[in-house]
Design a protein around this ligand. Sequence first.
Ligand code: FCB
Length: 448
Amino acid sequence: MTAPMPEFPAGFRWGVSTSAYQIEGATGAHGRGPSIWDTFAHSPGRIADGSTGDVACDHHHRHGEDVALMAGLGVSAYRFSIAWPRVQPGGTGPANPAGLDFYDRLVDDLLAAGIDPVASLYHWDLPQPLEDAGGWLARDTAARFAEYADLTAARLGDRVRLWITLNEPFIQMSLGYGMGVHAPGRMLLFDAFPVAHHQLLGHGLAVAALRARTTSPVAIANNYSPVRVLGDTDADRAAGAAYEALHNRLCTDPLLGRGYPDGTVNDPALVRAGDLDVIAAPIDVLGVNYYNPTGVRAAEEGSPLPFELVPLDRYPRTAFDWPVAPDGLRELLGWLRDTYGDALPPIEITESGCAYDDVPDADGRVPDPERIAYLDGHLRAVRAALDDGVDVRGYFVWSLLDNWEWAEGFTKRFGLVHVDYATQARTPKSSYTWLRDVIAAARPGSAR
Ligand code: FCB
């Protein structure tokens, strides 16, 4: 077994994360409208196993059981996302109270269990009618997002203990509108830049809307990947810098008051006077989603991209083929501190986790020693970053449950809890028990 986990500061947040479309199901319930992910998943050939999120983990009906699993784990916080198409089925207009009722109950159940509700407003499920009007390529979507934030905070206000505006705007732009791998499936390459700008503008407008409704802290969750340059030519280093500017800085520099990195968003017709001030509205927390570093070298001549992504051979790999690199998390946290200095707000790791092909054994247990090793390594990396002087306030495991992993459908299992999709039976894996013990040592009496 592993050595005892070092101590974390008192009040450190221990959490788990999920998102609406990946777990809720009940896509037609209580007037919910269609989102871009309903459309995308129902389009032939888009999802690896041909599945959809129509049922997913049926969490909409089983949230009581899922909150009990969290209470049993002893977490102090739960990060979930609110489905915009439940709140505004058409993406505009008044709130649909029946759609909000579900989150109202969930939030109350969490509070009753001593778990802080942490709500993301946007985890990629844009109402389809807004996509039909241009989606995130349209400036108006930013204003619509702020309106939705206002309606949601009017109902859930201070009971949500941390608000997160957007999840991973860079991934929404690159995979959704740049490469066509995620909904809405557009392949615009660098013509997708307006998607980043309009999301960030929507974030800034939503921060103002939230501040008017709640005193709870406000954050955004970005995906980060430390860049490892492979090769030692100037062209390789330039490729590394180009990738860094996109993945790590495009959606952080403007948030922290620096404008867009050179060579990225620079169209004055897109970035209007005052936009950068709106985007740089102070946030209380920076959410950091970390999975792996990225290997980069110079692109072949004629490539449409200014870099080439290359596998990093020296690490073990998850079932997603992602390298397991806890050192990358410490490196990333140090990079954020060194790059942004005093402008950097306190950090919460809002996602960290791994997929493995976990199967129940003959006794019905689900051993997942690789996930235990993964979490152990990444928690130690956070501890090391704290020792380096980085202000990290919490760590949320992706994910509580095995769930519907976007274009991979049900083929990638990220959960601390195994889900049998045929029966919806939940079985805590060995990593759940391991993490419960780690949390219990840090928060005596936490598990209920
Ligand atoms: C992140 C997403 C999350 C999940 C994990 C594996 O990029 O935010 O929904 O898919 O990856």
